[in-house]
Ligand binder design. Structure first.
Ligand code: ZN
Length: 259
């Protein structure tokens, strides 16, 4: 399903692609903006949405560039309507590395919010409108969006950033798979609470987002378990091979190969 995407361009060697379902968003923003304030509304609304997703890409680039610094290959950054997703070849099992890679994403959001702050506080008057129609409005929306993005990602809902941070911290105290189990279990509780809260508040998109987190968290935990079982099987095969080799040490080299 994640294959239905369009490749855009590369940023420092990392491919940026958008999922087809993402295209619904600018279409919706254009429609809603037009309904609200005609052509100007359409332009501001689409501009704000695109700038918001520039921030999402910068968040993912934060993760990706730190990952690459540790020698982890980053195949691409995929944009979905829910947000971004950096696809790594492997996720390092050293807690300190996972911690730094994970923290880099929200750190980018807080940095952007800090950069935008002077532009927002310099502006004297606000327009009372539900859509942005000036650059300082855009700055205010983006500042707020980055604070929300940075904070929301830090929720301990594995595999979101906060969940990965929790796993990395637990992994300093217990085996990696065990740490993942506890991070994933905490993540499920947070996600289910989020679904209930979303439905209660009638924020159905938020409820759907937590549903997605619940699904992806479980999938990643199961994938890790499978990989671990496979590793264990190979270790058993190797151990058996070693046992056979010690029981029947190879005799002299075959006569044809001897000098
Ligand atoms: Zn992130």
């Amino acid at each position: 399903m994640l294959g239905w995407s369009i490749n855009l361009f590369r940023v420092r060697g990392i491919l940026l692609s958008v999922h087809f379902s993402f295209l619904l968003l600018p279409a919706y923003a254009a429609y809603a903006g037009y309904q609200e304030a005609g052509l100007a509304g359409l332009i501001w609304s689409v501009a704000l949405l695109l700038l918001f997703f520039v921030c999402v890409v910068l968040h993912e680039l934060g993760h990706s560039l730190v990952a690459r610094h540790f020698g982890v290959g980053v195949s691409r950054i995929l944009l979905l309507p829910f947000g971004g997703m950096a696809q790594f070849d492997t996720i390092p099992r050293q807690p300190s590395r996972e911690l730094l890679i994970t923290l880099a994403g929200p750190a980018v959001n807080f940095a952007i919010a800090g950069i935008l702050l002077p532009f927002v506080s310099l502006s004297k008057h606000w327009t009372r409108s539900s859509y942005p129609n000036s650059l300082s409005d855009i700055a205010l929306y983006l500042l707020f969006a980055n604070l929300v993005m940075g904070t929301f990602n830090l929720l301990p809902a594995f595999p979101m950033d906060g969940g990965r941070i929790l796993r990395a911290l637990l992994a300093t105290q217990m085996p990696y798979v065990r740490a993942t189990f506890w991070a994933a279990t905490t993540g499920k509780i947070v996600a289910i609470a989020g679904i209930i809260a979303g439905i209660w508040a009638q924020w159905y998109l938020l409820a759907a987002l937590f549903g997605f987190i619940l699904f992806v968290g479980e999938a990643e935990y199961r994938a890790l378990l499978r990989r671990d079982e496979e590793d264990a099987r190979w270790r058993r095969v190797l151990a058996e091979y070693e046992a056979v080799r010690t029981a029947f040490p190879p005799s002299d080299e075959p006569p044809l190969l001897t000098k």
